[in-house]
Design a protein. Structure first.
Length: 49
């Protein structure tokens, strides 16, 4: 796993993404997470990754 060297500008964080992966077993993806959260864009999730 890579080390985080500077703060992320993405609205998504590790806790949010981890909980999403545990809950969404069939279609996990940036767009799906953005649909569930609402105020989060799929680009923000992609930047986090």
């Amino acid at each position: 796993m890579r080390a985080i060297t500077k703060p992320s500008t993405a609205k998504c964080d590790l806790d949010t993404y981890t909980l999403f992966l545990l809950a969404e077993s069939k279609y996990p993806g940036c767009t799906r997470l953005a649909e569930i959260i609402g105020d989060l864009s799929h680009d923000s999730v992609n930047r986090f990754l």
